[in-house]
Ligand binder design. Sequence first.
Ligand SMILES: Cc1cc2nc3c(=O)[nH]c(=O)nc-3n(C[C@H](O)[C@H](O)[C@H](O)COP(=O)(O)O)c2cc1C
Length: 172
Amino acid sequence: MSLPAEAVPPDPTVDAAAYRRAVGHFASGVTVCTSRVGGTDHAMTASAFTSVSLDPLLVLVCVDKEARFRDAVLESGTWAVSILPSTDRRAADWFAMKGRPLIGQMDRFPHHRGVTGAPLLDSAVAWLECRTQAVYDGGDHDIVLGAVLAAVEGDRDGVPLVHHRGRYGRFA
Ligand SMILES: Cc1cc2nc3c(=O)[nH]c(=O)nc-3n(C[C@H](O)[C@H](O)[C@H](O)COP(=O)(O)O)c2cc1C
């Protein structure tokens, strides 16, 4: 017999460190999410990106409420996702660096623009562009649900960057 959800007591051994260790075993890809607001490009490395629905086409990204990208993506209402290749750890590190200058942050990374005007990294294995459909409270993150406006595959043999237990890797 199972207990109703509200009757299941929280495990007192679960703290943030235990959670991080456990959830770190869930390997993910790495994206750079971008958005353009008033002529300024905003960007953020994000691995909390998920395909949600095929009909309609929906994806989500979880955005830290403290990240500068959060205000930008909420204001803009449109955003883009570049799925990084294993060869572009440099982009993952740069767009995760807190407080890096906003102006010129894209300069060292060749990019192009699609329907949303947000930058798409040329190096990516695939690109998506989205219009925000809903924003849900997710604790210290916002869950930004996006309707997919464009989806483009890059090099079909491109190898994605993988993030696992705090480290980058690639498929062997
Ligand atoms: C591999 C990796 C994955 C990350 N994934 C996310 C994510 O999914 N959501 C998020 O809000 N921050 C994520 N971050 C952290 C943000 O990239 C970082 O806090 C942000 O870019 C800081 O920039 P800011 O100073 O402009 O706020 C990730 C960082 C790394 C290195």
